[in-house]
Write a protein that binds this ligand. Structure first.
Ligand code: FAD
Length: 297
């Protein structure tokens, strides 16, 4: 066994040929050749120093925006789930990468801090939220993010201000191969009950419009300028279309649901079909929001 893999055994939980269907909210995807869950922040930094530069690395949060190929991932999946500390000092909140966004939302409510209410409705972690510039209800991570701490592929820890990350709609420019260790937000003081009520209303709206009862990865496509991907897909007559075990949701046309036995290839085929038909019918090129790993997107 490779020397570096033996070293990782001392830094956290390790497995080989780990089915990624267990680690993504869509519930599809083949095996990760190596799967590593570091025990601590220091373990991540040490791991980055010992994983060879030519071994592909995939940081994994909640897997709520990932579509991993049926052929799997031939590198190291690095699951940051054990890094879950949050601290609040006045109006500044700092969270480690593995903290669920819903936990950050709870902390905000408890401390009367406004700006991240949408996090009550997004299932990912803080690291994934920064990497995707997650957002909803006219809020997004970049509105209140002041900076991040990251570790480079070589294992060097750096602090970057949010302004250097070129964040846009579901886009953040992170240095290649790096991993976000923590994120710091500057928030506004507000009434705790009002914040809780806003979050409650956001959750209720989500529950009514999204197929949360079945495995999915949230919005499959980004909304094109001035329009909605869901409207275009529905207008193209694709709602309810099924390929294998995957279906374009009847409830929300920009969601693809796994009806139980979907393969990654079924989801990819639906994405490609929807993209082609929408372009033919309306001349709009839809851009996937979901990140396909090892797939054709
Ligand atoms: C029901 C549902 C509703 C959703 N609603 C929304 C919504 O309203 N708004 C929205 O923006 N998104 C939404 N999403 C999508 C998803 O939750 C977000 O994109 C979220 O930010 C992904 O976080 P994650 O931890 O699951 O990241 P993952 O899916 O694990 O990873 C996503 C990307 O981020 C990278 N990444 C993860 N962690 C790190 C890290 N620490 N450092 C560097 N890179 C990292 C991964 O390598 C990958 O490229 C929804 C998803 C679902 C299933």
């Amino acid at each position: 066994m490779a020397d570096w893999w033996n070293k990782l055994q001392k830094l956290g939980e390790c497995s080989q040929n780990e089915p990624m269907s267990r680690h993504t909210t869509l519930g599809v995807g083949g095996e990760a050749r190596w799967f590593f869950r570091p025990a601590s922040r220091a373990a991540i930094v040490s791991a980055m120093q010992c994983i060879p530069a030519d071994v592909p690395l995939l940081p994994l949060g909640r897997g709520s925006n990932l579509l991993i190929s049926d052929d799997g991932f031939t590198g190291v999946v690095l699951d940051v789930g054990k890094l879950n500390a949050v601290s609040v000092k006045e109006q500044i909140l700092t969270a480690e990468c593995g903290v669920r966004m819903s936990k950050v939302a709870r902390q905000c409510a408890e401390n009367g801090l406004s700006g991240l209410e949408f996090m009550a409705t997004v299932p990912g972690d803080i690291g994934g939220g920064v990497a995707m510039n997650a957002g909803a209800f006219e809020q997004q991570v970049s509105d209140s993010l002041t900076g991040i701490e990251l570790v480079s592929r070589e294992g060097e820890v750096k602090t970057l201000s949010a302004g250097t990350l070129q964040m846009g709609y579901r886009h953040t420019r992170l240095p290649a191969g790096s991993l976000v260790l923590s994120a710091t937000f500057s928030l506004q003081a507000d009434d705790a009950d009002a914040i809780r009520e806003t979050m409650r209303q956001m959750r209720a709206k989500r529950g009514g419009s999204q197929p949360l009862e079945l495995p999915n990865c949230g919005s499959v496509f980004k909304n094109p300028q001035g329009d909605h991907a869901a409207r275009l897909i529905e207008a193209a007559g694709l709602k309810g279309l099924r390929i294998g075990g995957a279906r374009i949701s009847e409830k929300h046309a920009n969601f693809i649901v796994n009806e139980g036995d979907a393969k990654s290839s079924d989801v990819l085929a639906l994405i490609e079909h929807a993209k082609t038909v929408v372009e033919q019918r309306f001349g709009v090129c839809l851009e996937p929001e979901v990140r396909a790993i090892g797939g054709a997107l």
